[in-house]
Design a protein around this ligand. Structure first.
Ligand code: CP
Length: 321
């Protein structure tokens, strides 16, 4: 594996999930693999879970880690070619990425979308340039359109929390928010769940109010609905997440019905486990009574971020050595 950007970088979901769960059972079994290897984690945006879990994963593999908060500590980055840099930007991504590639054997990058120009965000221009210029394997720590470490974590969490016969029904449910949020987490969750469905592991539904359709490329084979009550029936896992509109890009439409998951709505499900990538706004996106109750997986899910990161780094290190 020389990049981890989308589900397309993983040949088989079932296999990588089993490998991650084996690492969870024996976290230090491969600590010689990363000896004298350097991981650089480059953040253009804030993070708690991604930052700490990926560092821990690298340390479990014996790697050294450098964290670079470009948004706070780095030079202002120019990403466009052919501009005279006589404004606020100080360093071009061509040099910055190449230099970081000199220091590190593997790099991670977090780069959120601006939510102004859909074509620009969905081109993943900044991420692609970074991957191209740094010349070392790159792990996405969340890009403009996807959050693959989160999605791999989510399928690991679903797998280890499902012990009944047959396939679980997994529902991605839109939730309210006060801000315009990217589509990266739901896009990514959906493309991973669609692939898991294609491998026969789950049944997958996406439910959202009209106007919040995800781009079709992320939902192949998904059951898509605007009816929350119907979709929650028989659900085994409900993945709660807000996102802004893709169609009217970055807009937040008013929604009159109550879409926040609470215990009353949870009672419609098959005693579903509830997931969220975090951070979550309590009693706006998701009711406290669920977050504090027995059906919430959110903390265990965040814990599993380590094993998702560790299996990806392990696969990259195996190709380096
Ligand atoms: N879920 C997630 O990626 O969390 P952070 O933004 O805190 O890293």
């Amino acid at each position: 594996m020389n990049k981890f950007f989308s589900v397309k970088d993983v040949p088989n979901i079932g296999e990588i999930v089993n490998e991650a769960l084996a690492l969870k059972a024996a976290p230090n079994a491969h600590e010689a693999l990363g000896k004298h290897k350097m991981l650089g984690l480059v953040f253009l945006n804030p993070s708690l879970r991604t930052r700490m879990s990926t560092q821990k994963a690298a340390l479990n593999l014996g790697m050294n880690v450098i964290v670079m908060n470009m948004d706070k500590d780095g030079w202002a980055l120019e990403t466009q070619d052919g501009v005279v840099m006589n404004g606020t930007t100080v360093e071009h991504i061509r040099e910055a990425a190449a230099v970081m590639g000199e220091y590190c054997d593997i790099l991670g990058l977090r780069s959120f979308p601006k939510l102004k120009d859909r074509e620009e965000d969905y081109s993943e221009d900044l991420f692609n340039k970074f991957m191209n210029f740094c010349k070392v394997p790159v792990v996405s720590l969340e890009s403009a359109t996807r959050h693959p470490l989160q999605s791999l974590t989510d399928i690991i969490t679903i797998t280890e929390n499902w012990s009944k016969p047959g396939k679980p029904k997994v529902v991605l449910a839109w939730a309210p928010h006060v801000k315009a949020l990217p589509q990266a987490v739901p896009n990514s969750f959906s493309e991973w769940m669609c692939q898991a469905q294609a491998e026969g592991l789950i049944d997958f539904t996406v439910v959202h109010p009209s106007g919040y359709e995800l781009a079709e490329e992320f939902t192949p084979g998904a059951n898509i609905s605007n009816n929350l009550t119907e979709s929650l029936a028989d659900a085994d896992f409900v993945y709660v997440k807000n996102w802004s509109s893709y169609k009217e890009y970055g807009q937040v439409y008013p929604v009159s019905e109550n879409w926040m998951l609470d215990n009353e709505k949870l009672a419609l499900t098959n005693d579903a486990k509830v997931m969220h990538c975090l951070p979550v706004r309590r009693d706006l996106e998701l009711a406290s009574e669920i977050l504090d109750g027995p059906n919430s997986l959110v903390v265990k899910e965040a814990g599993n971020r380590v094993w998702a990161a560790q299996v990806v780094l392990k696969r990259m290190l195996e190709e380096l050595s």
